[in-house]
Design a protein around this ligand. Structure first.
Ligand SMILES: [Zn+2]
Length: 337
């Protein structure tokens, strides 16, 4: 099968082609696993963190990719929860302890980092960590729901907001554009304020129903009850705290932060940014329950992921574009002809 592998860590600025297209044997499903013929795999910012070593794979080479949609091709021994030909999705959680805290368990194994993922024509996954994909989504549309969407869903829950409270989104990429659609459905009286660097991204947010869109350094027209930060940088954290209402909560939805603008933290003022019972909370990984709850909700809304599709041999180009940050919606690798 065709697959993209990462052989070593490198900086994308110095090595713009970190992934190599190779031929690998089709993997064999073990007991409790399924073999999936991959139709589409979303490209997540976490791939940049893996390539550049901020969350490095334990061994190389590894096939990245954890927003996987495909068809069940083979059942391992004992699998009864799926049928051959079913369309299923796999997210960042490959396997873990199975309880509600499995996202922070030491047993947590990540798809496409700790085990091979979906930047390939086939992959295996535990049957219990593959989820039915609602029929209303094309495979390429469904792919970003598996990580960007489902982790966004977790992030919204962790903000604790109630209908009518104000929500800020700092960064407006693959996850936030899904969160905006979700929040407008779940909390119809909540106004959403979007902070993004590029004017075309701000415009995209307004088109999707944001009440206001501005630059990362702008002040929102009113204090925000909660903010979700999906950027890889520190400055939006400090700026976000300045926009937070007393008692408000900033939820950081990023697996790693980059080091390049860390000096922005020196601007942190206890009085301006933290006092008045403001809180900071992080989102770590995801549970199977987040994904199982989110997919039917996404179909009910229905969320419309904005996707740009690429073939396997265009993956490096897509990663470089993601690094440059000019993104409208989500990028997805498509394997189906
Ligand atoms: Zn992801």
């Amino acid at each position: 099968m065709k697959a993209l592998v990462l052989r070593e860590m490198c900086s994308l600025n110095q090595c713009p082609t970190p992934l190599e297209l190779v031929d690998l044997p089709v993997p064999h499903p073990q007991a409790g696993e399924i073999l999936i013929r991959v139709a589409a795999c979303g490209i997540c910012h976490t791939e940049l963190d893996e390539i550049e070593g901020r969350t490095s794979p334990p061994q190389f080479p590894v096939v990245p990719g954890h927003e996987v949609v495909g068809y069940v091709e083979q059942l391992g021994a004992g699998v009864t929860v799926h049928q051959l030909g079913d369309r299923v999705g796999v997210g960042w959680i490959h396997s873990s302890s199975g309880d509600e805290h499995e996202n922070v368990s030491p047993q947590f194994q990540a798809t496409g980092r700790d085990v091979n993922g979906g930047y390939a024509e086939y992959m295996t996954a535990p049957a219990n960590y593959a989820y039915p994909i609602p029929d209303c989504f094309r495979s390429a549309e469904a792919a970003p729901l598996l990580c960007a969407g489902a982790i966004g869903y977790r992030a919204v829950r962790l903000t604790g907001i109630q209908d009518g409270q104000t929500l800020g989104l700092t960064g407006f990429g693959g996850s936030a554009h899904l969160v905006l659609q979700m929040v407008r459905h779940q909390f119809p009286n909540t106004r959403v304020f979007v902070f993004a660097r590029h004017p075309e991204v701000q415009q995209f947010a307004l088109e999707l129903g944001a009440a206001w869109a501005g630059h990362t350094e702008d002040r929102a027209p009113e204090p925000l009850d909660a903010i979700i930060d999906t950027t890889p940088a520190w400055k939006p954290v400090v700026e976000g705290l300045a926009n937070l209402a007393p008692g408000g909560r900033l939820v950081i939805n990023a697996i790693r932060k980059e080091e390049s603008d860390k000096e922005a933290l020196l601007k942190l003022s206890y009085h301006e940014h933290l006092w008045m019972e403001r809180e900071i909370k992080t989102v770590a990984n995801i549970t199977q329950f987040d994904i199982r709850e989110f997919l039917p909700l996404a179909a009910e809304i229905p969320i419309r992921p904005e996707v740009a599709t690429y073939s396997l041999d265009q993956a490096n180009q897509a990663l470089v574009e993601l690094k440059q940050g000019r993104i409208k919606g989500a990028k997805v690798l498509v394997m189906e002809k």
